[in-house]
Each structure stands twice: as structure tokens, then as C-alpha cells.
Design a protein around this ligand. Structure first.
Ligand SMILES: Cc1cc2nc3c(=O)[nH]c(=O)nc-3n(C[C@H](O)[C@H](O)[C@H](O)COP(=O)(O)O)c2cc1C
Length: 164
């Protein structure tokens, strides 16, 4: 039976989108696993229930996961509660200079769902300092995209090998 890795992401200035895309590319190296890449606005509780592992990718805004990512978790939390316990997950955060609070929030939500973290949160800081730079489109560096691709591949390979 083909197993599914679901990547749910949101992005405001493009950084997280590039990270999620890189993770999906990395995961696709594992041909035995189906990878679904869904924008947070399009992701539904049934998408969670139908998948076998998760990668949640969000910008950090105002020391939090982004609004649309929170909207996804709020829509999905109770419909999925008790139906996805024990499944593996990881998180990626695109932040200006921090990212820790967004990572903590996802960990709290995942604890409520009884998911299992199979990797440390992957945080990429874009280092923008001024309002103009913060609102400008982002380009994630190749080394960071490679880390995202490796995380996607690790999740997919673990699923394929049945180690999670
Ligand atoms: C309204 C707003 C609030 C932000 N708040 C934070 C923050 O609390 N901590 C942080 O590290 N970065 C913060 N940032 C910077 C973003 O995390 C950063 O620009 C990142 O690239 C956003 O990811 P994205 O390119 O996928 O949208 C904020 C950006 C915006 C637009």
C-alpha cells in the first residue's frame, strides 16, 4: 500500500513556499511514497486523516505561526483529534530572526494530536531587518533548501522503510 506524506504550508513573502517545495522535491526521491503539497488554505481535516506522515511549514509572524496556518490547525484540530494518533511529523519555520515560538506552537498542537516528532524543527532565518526588507520577496539560500530537501527525503524514506 502506498503511503502518503502530507506537506501543509503557508507563506507571505515566498520563503516558506520555497522551503516546502524543496521538501517535496526531496521526498519525491523516495518513489514508494506519495507526496502531497497543500497550501494551508486548501488543506482539510480529511487530507490529514488520509495521510501517514506530516510536514508543517509556516512563517513566524508576531512570534506565532502565521494566521492562515493557525486557521488550518483550528479547522482541522477537532475533526482530526483521535484519528491520527502516533503518526510521525516534522516542522519547518521561515523566520526573520527567531522562529522558536512558532516551533513551540506546532509542537503543542502536535502533542494534542498525539503525533510523534521525528526530527527537530528546521528553522531558516531570512535576516530581513527593515519593514521594506521584511515585506520583500524572499530567496532561500541553496544550503537551506538542501536542508529542507533532506528533511523531506528523511520523512519519506522513514515512511517507506516502516521505521516510523
Ligand atoms: C507581520 C510580520 C510579522 C513578523 N514577525 C516575526 C517574528 O515575530 N519573528 C521573526 O523571526 N520573524 C518575523 N517576521 C519575519 C518573517 O518571519 C520573515 O519575513 C519570513 O521570511 C516570512 O516567511 P515567508 O517568506 O514564507 O512569508 C514577521 C514578518 C511579518 C510580515
Amino acid at each position: 500500500m502506498t503511503r502518503t506524506l502530507l506537506i501543509v504550508f503557508h507563506s507571505i513573502t515566498g520563503g516558506t513556499s520555497q522551503m516546502a517545495g524543496a521538501a517535496a522535491t526531496g521526498a519525491s526521491r523516495e518513489s514508494a511514497v506519495r507526496t502531497r503539497l497543500l497550501h494551508a488554505s486548501d488543506a482539510r481535516p480529511d487530507d490529514l486523516v488520509a495521510a501517514d506522515a506530516y510536514l508543517f511549514a509556516t512563517p513566524e509572524t508576531l512570534a506565532s505561526i502565521s494566521g492562515l496556518m493557525k486557521d488550518f490547525f483550528e479547522r482541522a484540530y477537532y475533526p482530526a483529534l483521535g484519528r491520527i494518533e502516533g503518526r510521525p511529523y516534522a516542522a519547518m519555520i521561515c523566520a526573520g530572526s527567531d522562529g522558536q515560538n512558532a516551533a513551540r506552537q506546532i509542537a503543542r498542537i502536535a502533542t494534542g494530536w498525539r503525533l510523534r516528532a521525528v526530527a527537530d524543527p528546521l528553522i531558516v532565518c531570512t535576516r530581513a531587518q527593515t519593514p521594506e526588507a521584511i515585506l520583500a520577496p524572499k530567496t532561500i539560500l541553496p544550503d537551506d533548501l538542501a536542508r529542507c530537501a533532506d528533511l523531506g527525503e528523511t520523512l519519506a524514506a522513514g515512511l517507506a522503510a516502516g521505521v516510523f
